[in-house]
Ligand binder design. Structure first.
Ligand SMILES: O=C(O)c1ccc[n+]([C@@H]2O[C@H](COP(=O)([O-])O)[C@@H](O)[C@H]2O)c1
Ligand SMILES: Cc1cc2nc[nH]c2cc1C
Length: 372
């Protein structure tokens, strides 16, 4: 008998309903513009409509007299957009793979608490509520500091010497993430975005990418915070060493996550699966968040329907990962900060897709010659 994965035992993910696609596309095509002229915003509006009409399906079905075309009169919405920033430390960071020591993870979490980081600035600017989650930074924080405590340990083990974590920690991380997302959805949130903070986490993300996609480590590793050539070589060597050490154990996606991953990558994976289960949109930030998306998509391919890829990061490996996922990110700004910054900057574009769908006049409404 096939053993159920941890993810299968915790999450039920179903694809969005495609029943209204024709009506949605008709509505978009009847807007006062040349066919397709809003480019990627049109496919984004279609995706959001699929997600939200699937989410509201009980309501939609209850309106038994409604025809398919009137279903599209339901406006799309973004309620309580919430940026979740997952912080964790990495054992490998003590072995010279980053420009910064692990202490910077905690220092940046304090910066988030005091509102001074880039992610604070951008969240304030665009209207994201920011929540920071301690998934396992080196030292616990004071319980009243405003950071959510979902610690899986005091940093992972150095993956080139031993497994980064146990499968029990992967399970606990998925459970934490499920509770977290449920709390936000119960509170009316219709869209989450995922960012992260963790010195050393581009090593973990690259290792997971190489193992999941069976790629050469060199293709997956980049300069992270901005390392020089010598440090880059060391990073490649240590990640190869980790993959060689655990080779016989890298037999399932969850085992790859346990041996090579990070506490924030585990919890972002869980948050994606939870968002897909709850049928809400989930906006993915940079390289590390995309590695979590890669894992989530391997565990539950239907979760793809709920994912919006915010941007293509400067990190080498991100473009290849996005291509492999056939994902077209909204932005490409050469960002390499993480924290959720690219996802925050994408919110006005997502809002633009919702607004044109809801508010633009049709050719009929506006008395404009129908050019479709
Ligand atoms: O999001 C990205 O694409 C990204 C690319 C490079 C670096 N980062 C951030 O930099 C940190 C990891 O870099 P490193 O060099 O310590 O592995 C971590 O806090 C990430 O948020 C993030
Ligand atoms: C200062 C600093 C801020 C960050 N934000 C996300 N990753 C980071 C890494 C460093 C080093």
């Amino acid at each position: 008998m096939n053993q159920q994965s941890i993810a299968q035992s915790l999450f039920t993910v179903t694809a969005t309903n495609r029943q209204y696609d024709e009506a949605i596309e008709h509505k978009i095509n009847q807007k006062t513009k040349p066919l397709g002229a809003l480019g990627q915003l049109e496919s984004l509006a279609l995706q959001i409509a699929r997600v939200q009409y699937s989410r509201e399906s009980e309501w939609v079905n209850a309106q038994s007299e409604r025809t398919e075309s009137t279903v599209t009169e339901l406006p799309l919405y973004i309620n309580k957009p919430t940026m979740l920033v997952f912080a964790a430390d990495h054992g490998i960071a003590a072995h010279g793979v980053s420009i910064a020591p692990s202490e910077v993870t905690t220092q940046m979490v304090h910066n988030f608490i005091h509102g001074g980081a880039a992610i604070n600035v951008f969240c304030r600017q665009v209207g994201f509520t920011l929540e920071v989650i301690d998934c396992g930074i080196l030292q616990p924080l004071a319980s009243d500091c405003g950071v959510v405590n979902q610690r899986l340990g005091a940093g992972t083990q150095a993956m080139h010497l031993q497994p980064a974590m146990l499968l029990a920690q992967v399970r606990q991380g998925f459970e934490f993430a499920k509770q977290l997302v449920k709390r936000h959805v119960d509170n009316g949130c219709s869209m989450i975005a995922l960012g992260e903070m963790g010195i050393g986490n581009t090593s973990a993300a690259a290792a997971v990418m190489a193992a999941v996609l069976n790629l050469d480590v060199e293709l997956c590793v980049g300069r992270g915070t901005g390392i020089d050539d010598a440090t880059l070589n060391k990073k490649v060597t240590l990640i190869n060493q980790a993959i060689d050490l655990h080779r016989n154990e890298l037999t399932s996606i969850e085992s790859i996550l346990a041996h090579l991953g990070g506490f924030e990558i585990v919890q972002m994976t869980g948050a994606i699966l939870a968002a897909a289960e709850q049928k809400i949109l989930v906006v993915i930030d940079g390289f590390i968040a995309t590695a979590a998306a890669l894992v989530a998509l391997k565990l539950a391919p239907q979760s793809n329907d709920y994912l919006v890829f915010a941007h293509q990061s400067h990190e080498q490996g991100h473009q290849l990962m996005l291509q492999t996922l056939q994902a077209t990110p909204l932005l490409s700004l050469g960002l390499r900060l993480g924290e959720g910054t690219g996802a925050a900057l994408a919110l006005p574009l997502i809002q633009g897709a919702v607004n044109f769908y809801n508010q633009m006049a049709s050719f009929d409404d506006a008395g404009v010659n129908n050019v479709v």
